[in-house]
Design a protein around this ligand. Structure first.
Ligand code: ZN
Length: 255
């Protein structure tokens, strides 16, 4: 393995995931040192808040343009306020955010053998050249990697029929009814299942760093790139295992 150490950073607003448990899970799996740090932002200086604000997306249908934040926006970042439940969810460009985090990693820790992973509940998105718009992402791989809980909730699609049912809703009570009907079929904020799913994305981030490939085509494998919530539950909660090929690669990495 290229890696000798992984540092997991936690934003205080990410509550559904117990990073200390994830930390021991990963050190058992890869037998390398895993360090858990409470807050990425507390290691940086004041500029980081403005720089993170700068990565907000203004226009979903156009490539990234630098956002000039208001004092209020910067304050939101400083206080690490949870904006994920607000009406207008702030969206961030994942690659721009990654660059921002990279700037604040101490020089002596910017080495190939250390992977930095930031857990956030900010909604990270990437611009897709195929359909010319932004899409939410749960994992922004590379180093530092970003894993977003809101990305896990928003990126893989909910059942098709759910969207169709919603289109025929005319009142808030009807929307409530529909949400009740599909309860449990997709992730929500503060969902306890986020923890196990985060493990899967972290393994994908580590695999990407080690092999250049994060995903697998096999739905039975934890590296499966799930486009549907039901597939995410299947590979990360029900199966929790690897396909033959990836089990072998994992074995080789550990030897
Ligand atoms: Zn696989």
């Amino acid at each position: 393995m290229k890696l000798t150490k992984i540092i997991l950073y936690e934003e205080p607003t990410v509550q559904e995931i117990q990073i200390s448990k994830i930390s021991s899970f990963i050190s058992d799996m890869f037998s390398i040192e895993v360090e858990h740090r409470k807050n990425f932002l507390s290691h940086a200086d004041e500029r980081i808040f403005e720089n993170i604000s700068n990565t907000r997306i203004l226009d979903l249908k156009n490539q990234f343009k630098k956002y000039f934040p208001t004092e209020e926006d910067i304050q939101i970042e400083k206080e690490n306020r949870d904006t994920s439940n607000e009406k207008e969810i702030a969206l961030y460009d994942g690659f721009e955010m990654q660059k921002t985090f990279a700037e604040f990693i101490p020089v002596d820790e910017k080495t190939d053998n250390i992977l930095h992973v930031v857990f956030t509940n900010k909604t990270t998105c990437t611009f897709d050249q195929d359909d010319y718009r932004y899409h939410a992402r749960a994992l922004i791989a590379s180093n530092p990697a970003i894993i977003s809980t809101t990305g896990m909730i928003e990126a893989p699609a909910k059942p098709k029929q759910y969207y169709l049912d919603l289109m025929t809703c005319f009142s808030e009570s009807e929307v409530k009814e529909i949400n009740e009907k599909y309860k449990g079929q997709f992730l929500k904020q503060h969902d306890s299942r986020l923890h196990k799913i985060a493990e899967g994305y972290l393994i994908q981030g580590i695999m990407y760093y080690e092999t250049g490939e994060a995903f697998c085509k096999d739905r039975e494998c934890r590296l499966f790139n799930a486009h549907w919530q039901k597939d995410l539950f299947y590979c990360q909660i029900e199966k929790r295992s690897f396909c033959k090929e990836h089990a072998k690669i994992l074995d080789e990495l550990n030897n």
